[in-house]
Design a protein around this ligand. Structure first.
Ligand code: GLU
Length: 426
């Protein structure tokens, strides 16, 4: 029993708290605000039964952690993955508070999900699991209280089920004032054009800001991607549009390599026909998964799970930039080594902020009962990320610190000001 618990833990909570405490020290964060932000506001754990296709009942465990809402409603994704536990939900909720504050959004941070391997269930089972989870969460979520979105293994379809269940429980006249209980919905159900690609597009927007700052060209650069889900695919799509070349990809099924480049569109078509897995892709060779981060390349884009770049593989890294599409992919000890070697890291709360920024525009679109155009959305996204990148680089100069700590400082200052102005009730 004990070994199982240890095995399940991702160690992300420890990581986020180390990052937070370091930034709080560097900026000398107000002591009271530090105490408030060191703990989560609410932690909801639900156990709910669902009838499977074979007629048997299974009980699932779901989580929603609400870290902080000083700047606005709790905001953040729902993840369906076996590693989801209370520590992972806590860590991911805390990262959302920093991410929304850094982007200047009127949101706090929340995160949750179900401890489940969704591959083991049919579509109709996933629909029932999702609807029953939404029922179990009840009024703990809401369009002006806590707004979930897609994350690992969840997508627009799952958001549509959540939204449909949630609005169906409201009086008929309240349907459209509850639609924005989730973001990342399909466009036909109130979703935002471009929200599907917002995170990957944003990852590439921050890489463009990095290239401009360092006087580098993206064209001709080689890059590797860990995770070929929504974030990994769209990041690759936009990198290739800029003339970069993807030489290795890793997902849960395989690690594949081709020095001449792997075409993201071809790989996506292959994966779609292969249950989502990249294993067996004909235009690449399969390689040992342990050697993935050691592949010779200019840019590495972790776009899967947390704690992937660790002391075990950090010394093998060849890239000169790590662009964190995932949440928490680099652990604190490994990052220290990267910085000594002069490898740049665009930290997760900046690099993957495009997702929640896109969510914010979807939320506004729903509140205003409008339909926004994709070009408009993508240009707003790019502008916001450029501003966050600049704020981070400026804070790094001012405090003579690394970009992650600087991004935290920008976020924490916003929270500190709010608490100082408003005081603490009563
Ligand atoms: N799951 C995404 C993230 O980690 C998006 C969250 C959102 O849009 O609320 O940032």
């Amino acid at each position: 029993m004990k070994t199982e618990t240890v095995k399940k833990k991702t160690g992300m909570y420890e990581n986020v708290m180390k990052q937070f405490n370091h930034a709080a020290d560097v900026m000398n964060l107000d002591e009271g605000v530090r105490k408030i932000l060191s703990s989560t506001n609410n932690e909801i754990v639900v156990h709910f039964p669902v009838k499977l296709d074979n007629g048997k009942i299974e009980v699932f465990t779901g989580y929603r952690v609400q870290h902080n809402n000083a700047l606005g409603p709790y905001k953040g994704g729902l993840r369906y993955h076996p590693t989801v536990d209370i520590d992972a939900a806590r860590a991911l909720a805390i990262w959302m508070t920093w991410k929304t504050a850094l982007a200047g959004l009127p949101y706090g941070g929340g995160k949750g999900g179900i401890e489940i391997d969704p591959k083991k269930y049919s579509i109709s089972e996933l629909e029932r699991i999702t609807r029953r989870f939404t029922y179990a969460l009840g009024e703990n979520i809401g369009p002006d209280h806590d707004i979930p979105a897609p994350d690992v293994n969840t997508n627009a379809q799952i958001m549509a089920w959540i939204s449909d269940f949630f609005v169906s429980t409201k009086a008929p006249g309240m349907r459209h004032t509850n639609l924005h209980v989730v973001t990342g919905k399909p466009v036909g159900s109130g979703g935002l054009a471009g929200r599907d690609r917002a995170t990957g597009f944003g990852v590439v927007a921050t890489i463009k800001s990095w290239a401009a700052l360092k006087n580098k060209e993206i064209k001709g650069k080689s890059y590797i991607v860990q995770g070929f889900g929504n974030v990994g695919y769209w990041a690759a799509h936009f990198m290739n549009k800029l003339g970069a070349k993807m030489t290795a990809v890793q997902d849960a099924s395989a690690t594949i390599f081709n020095e001449d480049g792997i075409d993201p569109e071809e790989l996506l078509a292959y994966a779609k026909a292969n249950g989502g897995a990249i294993k067996g892709f004909p235009n690449a060779e399969e390689m040992n998964s342990k050697d993935f981060y050691g592949v010779d390349c200019d840019i590495a884009i972790p776009a899967a799970l947390g704690n992937q770049i660790t002391l075990e593989n950090v010394d093998t890294i060849k890239a000169s930039l790590i662009a964190e599409g995932a949440n928490g992919p680099t652990d604190v000890a490994a990052e220290a080594k990267l910085l000594i070697r002069g490898i740049d890291v665009i930290p997760d709360i900046l690099c993957n902020g495009g997702g929640v920024i896109g969510s914010y525009y979807e939320w506004l679109q729903n509140k205003r009962a409008e339909n926004w155009k994709i070009d408009h959305v993508l240009s707003l996204l790019e502008e916001k990320l450029e501003a966050s990148f600049e704020n981070t680089v400026n804070a790094a100069k001012e405090y003579n610190t690394d970009w992650r700590t600087a991004a935290y400082i920008v976020a924490l200052k916003r929270l500190e000001v709010t608490y100082k102005e408003r005081g603490v009730f009563p």
